[in-house]
Ligand binder design. Structure first.
Ligand code: B3K
Ligand code: ZN
Length: 946
């Protein structure tokens, strides 16, 4: 049997012994074209050598230009049931031509069998090349351009890692980013190698009637033996991580889009036949994204065909392969009955995201993987803006900021803390985004960094920067500095130490104190900042922090701002000669003061409007000031934020009371504030839903010296019940007035209505009184869409009750045929805070619908379990033990998914000693496992070391 787990003596299994040639740094490369002696053939310490190789850390500072460029590559795939033969023909050009001697050409490759290597038509013999478990090296290739031909054999059917070429539900598909192409053929698997691709695919016609790759279809036809072929040609040069191939039994939804220059683009979304009806929303999203990118950034699609394929087995959300995006089915398939508003919104955002990559990522790509945020931070920013324009800007901003705060801030304060542009990695896949349990810095903090450019330069200035970026770098592989330079040069401005956002890890703490001088009519704001030490970065420089502020007068209106003292001079803050209602302070030093003049009354400052920088803010504002901002701030984001600040303070105080066994009492002013928001008809309903949501348990634990999951859970549950009790009649009113029998429509007003109704229902059902329970049951039974049905189910099952099991089985029976809905059912049970839930989750592992090889199922069951503070952090260690066992098992199947799961341990030092001991024991057990993947090793060992 062939192995797919790189660190378990793959070479010994996959390659015939005569080809298992090792390379030691000490002895150097074995000279070309000299047959190896039997001694050289065998590495004395093959296994430990592989381990060393596997866990090698890669550093940004070590980046070197490639010695060889690849101009074109012709790929030929002969897909089979046992094995697939891959032949490549690469036109190679040395970077320096005609030098006295040529440097070695090192090609990445693993988990495959090498059949042959030819240089300019001559087959190389053993000894003329060097083959290791992870690379094939030509020690002295020709001095001038040459043709390299390689044939390999690969085994997609056995590839459970879901990177490279693999099978998903009977269809072939690929995932090459970040370093999956090396599992397909030997290649320089690095993004600065950009070549023009032609791809021929050959397969059984009945089993795989659809054959797709990047670019344009140039030829297709039938072959003997029931086989057929297709040839695809992509006119744009690309790195190999954007290569894609799909072969399978698929049907498409077809549509078209006419670009701003009048070119008709065929759009196709491919799925198994029965799912085609569920692709309407994805197609709508794609067309909306194409139009938006033209309107907002002037970016037009550049080919005549755009394909999307949905596959059920996929490690991530989706992949932006040139003109052949491959998606996790979850982010394509939707119908009102089976997908929630959240799913619809996610599909819109991710279809947009992958489409936007065509320019930010594909046309201009990354020089090396350290620059990942160049494409991901920018593209996340673009998808956030797209979704904002399609729905409510404030609500989208609140959702995005909450995500940064609840996922990225904790990461920035933990052992996995790294800059937006990391300095080193062991396994690049560990730096991609996930949900709450994985790294979010490159993507989410990266998007905040891009947003700061826009804040500082304005929409027009930002657009000028983008235009210059494309003008300078179209078709190139570039760095974050190149993006920075384009922004700076297009606006002819000084962005001072802004680049530190890419290189310094950690969330800056910003403190603000204010002082009103009634005699001088001045209002001063003193800022200080501190970036905390992070692993490998003990000392930090001050950052460039844009702070948008407004000053509210006693009636709650924005004061007019015209000038301020700063750096010893009086500066105008007017815009185009007009006074403004809010301004941007450019806070760049450790300490800095800004003094507004002409302020007639003591104002209440509204600081960091729209969350203008990803920082933790501490101010000297009183609770009354925050209640005032909650009621009046013209910046809706800060209105929400004022409620959150009050909520956080209150929860932390109650946690202290709980720990000291004091009675818990909820401040009536807080309830009053929530009531006035709840009944304010002028407010957006989704905004209300967000504003009456308490900060999450994770967010509160993150603010504690020692995180106490039991106390935080008890306090939040108490507060929710108390709020529901005191606002019961208003909440019942909300449910009653927001019912609708109309057909499901995905638009902001309808989603907002459902969000508010569902939020009210969740509060009410938490009361555990028969009337509310009955109401939730009615909502469950009468719902005609998944958004409302599932929300009612969540409300009913949040507490233990007689009907809980009944409703859960009713839901399963209804939806057992739909794997995406069944995943919701898994997640709902796994995330439950009912004590001892680990036993139920263990049972679900054996449920016939569960499969450890399917990432979505793992995320639904195991990932959701880890996000229950009560059960994952159970004091008896049962949650940790469960995860430890699962990670070890999962790592053998899919290291990428396993490493996401192991991340749940990374904050173990935040808990009390008993929990620390238990979690540490699991981490130690994991790192001691023989043959552990690099992915899991990197996360587990860094968690232990910090
Ligand atoms: N670029 C892909 C992510 C690839 C994941 C590699 N492990 C999706 C995206 O961010 O658009
Ligand atoms: Zn992306």
């Amino acid at each position: 049997m062939f192995g797919f787990f790189p660190e378990r003596n793959v070479a010994a299994v996959i390659f015939p012994a005569s080809r298992s040639i090792c390379y030691h740094k000490k002895s150097g490369f074995i000279p070309r074209y000299r047959p190896l002696s039997s001694k050289e053939n065998l590495c004395p310490n093959q296994l430990s050598h592989q381990k060393m190789d596997a866990r090698k850390e890669v550093f940004l500072k070590d980046y070197k230009l490639p010695d060889y460029y690849f101009d074109t590559i012709d790929l030929d795939f002969s897909l089979g049931e046992e094995r697939t033969i891959v032949s490549s023909r690469i036109a190679v050009t040395p970077r320096v031509k005609g030098a006295g001697s040529s440097p070695p050409l090192s090609l990445d490759g693993q988990d495959m069998k090498l059949i042959s290597v030819k240089v300019d038509g001559n087959e190389l013999k053993e000894g003329e090349y060097h083959l290791g478990p992870k690379r094939l090296t030509l020690s002295s290739p020709p001095l001038d351009s040459f043709l390299l031909e390689i044939v390999t054999e690969i085994y997609p059917q056995k590839n459970t890692s879901l990177e490279g070429l693999y099978k998903s539900s009977g269809n072939f598909c690929t995932q090459c980013e970040a370093e999956g192409f090396r599992k397909i053929t030997y290649y320089q698997d690095r993004p600065d190698i950009m070549a023009r691709y032609r791809c021929r695919i050959e397969a059984d016609k009945e089993l795989y009637p659809v054959l797709l790759s990047n670019g344009n279809l140039v030829e297709q036809g039938d072959l003997e033996g029931g086989r057929h072929y297709a040839i695809w040609d992509d006119p744009f040069k690309k790195p190999c991580y954007l290569f894609a191939l799909v072969a399978g039994k698929l049907k498409s939804r077809d549509d078209s889009f006419v670009t701003c220059s009048g070119r008709k683009v065929d759009l196709r979304i491919w799925t198994p036949e029965q799912d085609v009806p569920k692709t309407a929303h994805a197609m709508y999203s794609l067309k909306a994204a194409m139009k938006w990118d033209e309107e907002v950034f002037g970016l037009e699609y550049d080919l005549d065909l755009f394909n999307i394929v949905a596959v059920p087995d996929f490690n991530m959300g989706a992949m932006e392969n040139k003109s052949l995006n491959i998606f996790n089915s979850k982010l394509v398939l939707a119908s009102p009955e089976t997908a929630s508003d959240e799913d619809y919104a996610a599909i819109l955002g991710v279809i947009g995201h992958e489409y936007f990559h065509n320019w930010t990522g594909n046309r201009v790509t990354c020089r090396d993987w350290f620059q990942l945020s160049l494409k991901e931070g920018l593209t996340v920013f673009r998808d956030q803006e797209f979704s904002s324009d399609m729905g409510s800007r404030t609500v989208k901003r609140i959702a995005d900021v909450s995500r940064v705060r609840t996922t990225q801030f904790p990461q920035d304060a933990g052992p996995m803390s790294h800059p937006v542009r990391p300095h080193s990695y062991i396994k690049m896949d560990n730096f991609y985004t996930g949900k709450t349990w994985h790294t979010v810095t490159v993507y989410r903090k990266g998007a905040e960094v891009v947003r700061m450019y826009k804040t500082l330069l304005g929409s027009q200035g930002f657009r000028m920067g983008m235009d210059l970026y494309f003008k300078r770098h179209d078709g190139q592989a570039v760095t974050c500095e190149d993006f920075f330079a384009a922004m700076r040069d297009a606006n002819n401005t000084d962005l001072a130490n802004f680049l530190l956002w890419y290189s310094q890890a950690g969330t800056p703490f910003v403190r603000v104190t204010s002082n009103y001088n009634a005699e001088a009519n001045t209002f001063s704001l003193k800022f200080s900042q501190e970036v905390p030490p992070t692993p490998g970065q003990p000392v930090k420089e001050p950052m460039f922090i844009p702070v948008i502020i407004g000053l509210l007068d006693s009636a709650g209106k924005d004061m007019v701002l015209s000038s301020m003292y700063h750096d010893g001079t009086l500066q105008s803050v007017e815009k185009d000669g007009q006074p403004v209602h809010s301004t941007i302070l450019r806070f760049t030093k450790k300490e800095e003061e800004f003094v507004f003049s002409g302020i007639k009354d003591r104002p209440i400052p509204s600081l960091l409007r729209g969350f203008s920088a990803p920082v933790r803010l501490e101010t000297d504002l009183t609770d009354d000031d925050f209640f005032f901002l909650l009621a009046h701030d013209s910046d809706e984001f800060n209105r929400w934020e004022a409620g959150q600040v009050l909520g956080r303070k209150l929860m932390l105080k109650l946690v202290g009371d709980f720990q000291q066994n004091k009675d818990l009492v909820l401040n009536s002013k807080f309830i009053g504030g929530l009531r006035s928001i709840l009944i304010d008809q002028s407010l957006d309903k989704e905004f209300i839903a967000k504003a009456i949501t308490l900060p999450g348990e994770g967010e509160i634990m993150d603010l504690m010296a020692v995180a106490d999951p039991d106390a935080v859970h008890a306090v939040r549950t108490f507060m929710r019940k108390q709020i529901a009790r005191e606002l019961k009649s208003e909440l019942l009113g909300v449910v009653a007035s927001n019912r609708s029998s109309e057909e499901y429509v995905f638009n902001h007003p309808n989603m907002a209505r459902r969000a508010l109704k569902n939020k009210a229902l969740a509060y009410l059902a938490g009361l555990e009184d028969p009337e509310c329970h009955e109401l939730a049951m009615q909502e469950y039974k009468s719902a005609t869409n998944m958004t409302e049905q599932f929300a009612a189910l969540v409300a009913i099952t949040q507490t233990a009750s007689e009907t809980r099991d009944e409703v859960l089985s009713d839901f399963y029976n209804k939806w057992q045929h739909d794997f995406l809905v069944v995943n919701k059912w898994f997640a709902l049970q796994a995330v439950s805070d009912i004590p001892g839930n680990v036993e139920n989750v263990k049972k679900l592992l054996n449920h016939p619908a569960f499969d450890l090889r399917n990432p979505n199922k793992v995320y639904s069951l195991i990932g959701a379990f880890c996000s229950s503070p009560v059960n994952f952090h159970a004091k008896d260690g049962s949650g940790y033990e469960f995860l430890g066992e699962v990670v070890v098992q999962l790592d053998k199947i899919n290291p990428q998914v396993a490493s996401r799961m192991v991340s749940a341990f990374s904050r173990w030092k935040r808990y009390d000693e008993t929990r620390q001991k238990l979690a540490k024991a699991q981490l130690e057990m994991i790192v001691s496992v023989n043959g552990l993947s690099e992915n899991v090793y990197e996360i587990a060992s860094k968690s232990l070391a910090a």
